[in-house]
Design a protein around this ligand. Structure first.
Ligand SMILES: O=c1[nH]cnc2c1ncn2[C@H]1C[C@H](O)[C@@H](CO)O1
Ligand SMILES: [Zn+2]
Length: 339
């Protein structure tokens, strides 16, 4: 399929970070609100907000996020940011998106941990009213923060689950803070009834994936390190764990040092529930359409495959069954002409 067809196809995205996906124009508006000077040219701004092509590892990639954090400290800023990312997704015919962010990174001003989330939800609502898309929020615990901080964040946000917020995640520095370190906060989120996805396997550490599955986490972000672990892949299949693949991001962070280390082929061959995601539209300089194009080029992914991956995403989405069925029906219609 050519790029225009991929662009026009209905798509779903489970793994998209708010702070990593702001458009340059939104970044400019947010910077203006706090009188922060930015380079005049978009090329120069891009250099500041995209991960360097020669990132050495995940920690290196994550440094780029420091740039936008000061821009996301008010209700208005978070609303605008959420609106902006949904607008970008809707423009490429994403019909369902879960957008994640870390409330702990938006409380340097007056906002509380739950007010930050309410602001994001408000921005999602505004966009959903304007565009043909369903958009929900996820809150990220950050691995490098103390468990008590992540527990406080989940407690503060648990009451919002089901009301625009649909679940939680853990992101951040995986190499130094493996799954075992975050386990107390994972258990707290689970006890609070927060549906969880979890970043794991981005630093050549299959154990982090296995431990998250053992803890009963139903979705794993990345899972890159399973590519050469047949037993772990079997575990993923048996437990019906959904995998949120992020190809461009993995190549940048060196989670996959080459396409051979990307787990798509192995997971697909085993029948695992895989989904395609951007991770960070701006930091990784990608779109969901671009990701689809890469899968076609590198892996000969077909329209039938894309439909399956979208249905996998809907099955694993943290929304009600009737809402899922509406989205499934729409996807079947969208793909019918290409099967
Ligand atoms: O790919 C990632 N792995 C781990 N953490 C990540 C990734 N992309 C973004 N993050 C972090 C940086 C953001 O500030 C945070 C919340 O979106 O999540
Ligand atoms: Zn991510």
């Amino acid at each position: 399929m050519d790029f225009d067809t991929l662009h026009a196809l209905g798509k779903t995205e489970l793994h998209c970070h708010l702070d990593g996906s702001l458009s340059l124009s939104c970044i400019r508006q947010l910077a203006k609100m706090i009188n922060r000077p930015l380079p005049a040219s978009d090329d120069a701004l891009r250099q500041l907000v995209q991960a360097p092509t020669n990132s050495e590892n995940l920690a290196d990639y994550l440094k780029t996020f420091d740039f936008v954090a000061p821009l996301l400290q008010t209700k208005k800023a978070l609303q605008m940011a959420a609106f902006d990312v949904v607008a970008q997704a809707a423009a490429e015919n994403v019909r369902y998106i879960e957008i994640r962010f870390a409330p702990a990174f938006s409380i340097s001003g007056d906002l509380s941990l739950s007010e930050a989330t309410e602001a994001v939800i408000e921005g999602l609502h505004q966009a959903v009213n304007q565009f043909d898309i369903v958009a929900k929020a996820l809150v990220c615990g950050m691995r490098q923060l103390p468990n008590v901080d992540n527990q406080t964040m989940f407690r503060a946000n648990a009451a919002l689950v089901g009301n625009g917020l649909v679940g939680g995640d853990f992101a951040g520095n995986e190499a130094d803070f493996p799954t075992s370190v975050c386990t107390p906060a994972i258990k707290t989120a689970q006890a609070l009834g927060v549906p969880l996805t979890f970043h794991a396997g981005e630093c050549h550490c299959p154990q982090n994936i296995a431990e998250a599955i053992f803890l009963g986490v139903p979705r794993i972000g990345h899972a890159t390190a399973c590519f050469d672990q047949p037993d772990l892949i079997q575990k993923i299949v048996q437990t019906h764990t959904t995998i949120e693949l992020c190809l461009t991001s993995n190549l940048q962070t060196k989670a996959a040092r080459s396409l051979d280390e990307f787990p798509y082929r192995a997971l697909k061959a085993a029948g695992a529930a895989i989904t395609i995601n951007t991770d960070n539209r701006t930091v990784s300089n990608t779109t969901l359409t671009h990701e689809y194009e890469l899968y076609q080029t590198y892996f000969k992914t077909t329209a039938a495959d894309f439909l399956t991956f979208n249905l996998n995403a809907i099955n694993a989405a943290f929304i009600s069954e009737p809402a899922k069925q509406t989205l499934r029906d729409r996807l079947h219609q969208d793909y019918a002409a290409y099967l």
